[in-house]
Write a protein that binds this ligand. Structure first.
Ligand code: GLN
Length: 560
């Protein structure tokens, strides 16, 4: 943009409880500033000791968001990429583990010249240098938005808070802004909102030496002016900068509410920027469609972590984006694959308009997934398999179409007669688990005339990967002879990236993770076409279900 020379910094902290949506708040503000013509970059600090979340169980951490460069990052990076329509890299996610790793490696090399190595200044210096590296690293941004994971008051986030306090002091307070996301709970029995948790959280922040400029107050209902004044008075934040962040039915609406309360104006005033108002027409139309869809379809998702929706964050968002193109609400029906028994998939899938099998690790629930795939392949219900979902589709095809009864993946059993999914040659002998899979963006060449080619409308695409196993080339010829189409391969044709069943309304399995590249205003082509096929399937059967006696299921409506 014009009119600014030095990069400004906005720090986003959280108080009272975790899961207040700091990532969504930071990305929403980033979008508003970007639409005002600014170059925005994001960075997320995660105060845990793991070097990256790649080794963490999804129950601990939710989804691992993989970037083009292969780094395994926090799921908030997904929000940044989606809202800002940018591809990030490893510099955008910093963990305590990485910071300590760098400092200790340096200490072992003797770089500290005999000094006692301490949290302050050595760890804090490393944290600050990671934030300041961003302007140097990329095309110089006008503003860096930095989210500090965890909650103010946690022991482990203290070095990060100290570092951002120091940045404010060093850069000058007109160059930085502190935004604190807090909770204003509504107590139904008292019929009142409570501001005390917010007061305490701000007090804690001020004890560390940080005075917030803006408070984003999460609440279940709108907060009134009286409450705003009270929070303003106790927390020393101008009442105009006490912004209500009440629950919205879709996360994409949050930025519209922020803009109505002039959050982006407040930021521009702080930094002395005179910029035109953002054009939010397209975004508002998208939000309107999400909230008022004309069509409704149901997609079954059959996986292992169905009780933990954060493990499938990007898939859920991809369906929202794809739904907009078809003017459809996509209700997701979560089916635990362990519940599906041989011949019993229909009880769960009798009314779905499509089935998606997501990525995963480990053998638990795999037989249920294979059974679900058999059902939708035979009943001509649209199918989309991602990573492990694609591998299960290959196993199902090998077993039920090629007659290889004990076809399976080498991931689960080592002495198989038909390991149709096998270890990639370069994975033999790998013992370290962190960062050793096939990770990040790889090119894929598409075959003309396939569903995938129709969707992407091009022959070469780049998609992100996170897996160790692959379709075994020893079975490729047999699978092709029996009708399975190798619709996409690596440029050297060694690795199969996409399989399709041709005489089927829509049956596509991909070895990569398309959900990582879907953006609100640019849905991923495969999700877009899968949803389109599901809408068509729904309309063609005129709302009639396949006759099966139903099992109770967990239904998740798109905008919730
Ligand atoms: N477990 C499988 C593999 O490692 C699939 C991984 C995934 O679905 N992300 O190849």
């Amino acid at each position: 943009m014009s009119g600014t020379d030095s990069t400004k910094y906005i720090f986003v902290t959280g108080g009272v409880v975790s899961s207040l949506g700091k990532g969504i708040a930071a990305s929403s503000l980033g979008f508003l500033l970007q639409r005002r013509g600014l170059k925005v970059r994001s960075i997320k600090f995660d105060p845990y000791l793991n070097v990256d979340p790649g080794t963490m169980n999804p129950f601990q951490h939710g989804e691992v968001f993989v970037l083009d460069d292969g780094s395994e990052t926090d799921l908030d990076l997904g929000h940044y990429e989606r809202f800002l329509d940018q591809s990030l890299d490893k510099a955008n996610n910093v963990t305590t583990g990485q910071v300590y790793h760098t400092v200790i490696t340096r200490e072992r090399r003797g770089d500290y010249l005999g000094a006692t190595v301490q949290v302050i200044p050595h760890i804090t210096e490393e944290i600050k240098s990671r934030v300041r590296k961003l302007p140097a690293h990329s095309d110089k941004p006008d503003v860096v938005i930095c989210e500090i994971g965890g909650t103010v008051g946690d022991i482990e986030s203290l070095p990060f808070l100290e570092a951002i306090r120091q940045i404010g002091m060093e850069e000058g307070l007109h160059q930085v802004m502190y935004i604190h996301v807090t909770l204003v709970p509504h107590i139904p029995t008292a019929g009142e909102f409570k501001t005390k948790p917010t007061q305490h959280s701000v007090k804690e922040l001020r004890e560390i030496g940080i005075q917030p400029n803006v408070l984003l107050c999460r609440s279940s209902k709108p907060i009134n002016d009286g409450l705003r004044q009270k929070i303003s008075l106790f927390c020393s934040v101008p009442s105009r900068a006490v912004i209500a962040a009440e629950d919205c039915s879709t996360i994409y609406e949050v930025l519209l509410r922020f803009h109505e309360q002039q959050l982006d104006d407040i930021v521009c005033e702080q930094f002395g920027w005179h910029l035109p108002a953002p054009d939010l027409t397209q975004w508002s139309e998208m939000v309107h469609t999400i909230k008022n869809p004309r069509k409704h379809i149901k997609i079954g998702i059959c996986g292992k972590y169905v009780n933990l929706k954060d493990a499938y964050k990007s898939i859920i968002e991809s369906f929202v984006h794809a739904g907009v193109t078809s003017d459809a609400e996509v209700s997701l029906i979560w089916i635990s694959s362990e519940d599906i028994k041989q011949g019993g998939a229909g009880k769960f899938l009798y009314d779905v308009d499509g089935l998606l099998i997501p990525g995963g690790f480990g053998e638990r629930g795999v037989e249920g997934k294979i059974e679900a795939i058999r059902y939708v392949r035979e009943k001509n219900i649209p199918f989309f398999g991602i990573c492990l979902g694609m591998q299960c589709a290959v196993i199902e095809y090998a077993r039920n179409v090629c007659g290889l009864e004990d076809a399976h993946s080498y991931e689960f059993y080592r002495d198989l007669k038909h390991p149709v999914i096998h270890l990639m040659a370069d994975q033999e002998g790998v013992t370290e688990l962190g960062g050793t899979m096939r990770l990040g963006a790889y090119p894929c060449i598409l075959k003309n005339g396939t569903r995938s080619y129709e969707a992407y409308e091009t022959t070469e695409v780049s998609e992100r990967h996170r897996h160790r196993y692959e379709l075994n080339n020893a079975y490729r010829e047999m699978l092709v002879e029996r009708g399975l189409m190798m619709a996409g391969t690596s440029p050297d044709n060694r690795l199969v990236e996409i399989v399709e069943v041709p005489n089927h309304p829509w049956f596509v399995g991909v070895q990569f993770h398309p959900e990582l590249k879907s953006r609100p205003l640019r849905p991923h082509p495969l999700f877009r076409e899968f949803v389109r096929a599901a809408v068509k399937y729904h309309e063609d059967r005129g709302g009639h279900h396949l006759a099966e006696s139903p099992e109770p299921r967990d239904i998740h409506h798109q905008t919730k």
